[in-house]
Design a protein around this ligand. Structure first.
Ligand code: CTP
Ligand code: CA
Length: 224
């Protein structure tokens, strides 16, 4: 059973959710990106709003309707996502990083359109800032930080390392199998890793149900 809104620890809380891919410009007509559909982040935002939270959804380019009651902020790049999210950090109780933020961006996007020339070309990439880690490291006591760790099968140790390295309260380990779980599809199999060592292996669920289960776990660690 889903928690009734008035019974939810999320009721009245301010939540930031990042969602979707980011696009990193190569030139004015091309970009680097990934296959994230935004569905998981949007499902989390929808469910948190349903439970009475004030939700700010910072999303990269996706083809999804804004969930009811959610304040949506559209961005394009990782830098844009950080610029939109950072001013919201202070006034939030919970940050859930569900975006597939591009780890790198072209160092020097070209104005106009690059013309083809040689048989090979190189694009130099530089690291993007980590939005979730930035929040988690700079947060005030009581603010809760939740992340995803998209890994191929067997990657649970990487997920655990992200929990520790980014100083998170909870990580949703998300197996990417290219079929039933991960990007673009409507289902997801999450394993929730808590800072307290708790491990909850969820079955393959719709992204809506997976979002509800994730938020149940978040509620149990949210200060009342
Ligand atoms: N994340 C972020 N900003 C980035 C990169 C990642 O906020 N620049 C967040 C994601 O939203 C996710 C978590 O960090 O909640 C983990 O993202 P993931 O790509 O799985 O891990 P990385 O730390 O980027 O490591 P790697 O891609 O090398 O596995
Ligand atoms: Ca990454």
């Amino acid at each position: 059973m889903l928690a009734a809104p008035e019974a939810s620890a999320l009721c009245g809380k301010t939540v930031i959710v990042t969602a979707g891919p980011t696009r990193e410009k190569i030139d004015d007509v091309r970009f680097l990106s990934n296959y994230s559909s935004g569905k998981m982040g949007f499902a989390i935002a929808a469910e948190a709003a349903r439970r009475g939270a004030k939700v700010r959804l910072v999303t990269g380019p996706v083809n999804l309707p804004t969930p009811p009651g959610v304040e949506r902020i559209d961005v394009e790049s990782a830098a844009g996502m950080l610029a939109a999210a950072r001013p919201l950090f202070d006034d939030c109780d919970l940050f859930i990083g569900a975006a597939a933020v591009a780890d790198y961006r072209p160092e020097a996007p070209v104005a106009g359109k690059i013309k083809k020339k040689d048989a090979e070309m190189e694009i130099r990439l530089v690291r993007n800032p980590d939005i979730l880690a930035g929040f988690a490291n700079g947060r005030k006591p009581g603010q809760v930080a939740v992340g995803f760790a998209l890994e191929t099968a067997g990657g649970i140790d990487y997920a655990r390392r992200k929990l520790v390295d980014k100083r998170l309260d909870l990580v949703a380990f998300n197996i990417y199998d290219g079929r039933t779980s991960g990007f673009e599809v409507d289902t997801n199999a999450l394993t929730l890793l808590g800072r307290d060592g708790n491990v909850t292996e969820l079955p393959l669920l719709s992204k809506e149900k997976a979002a509800a289960k994730l938020l149940d776990a978040v509620e149990s660690i949210l200060p009342r």
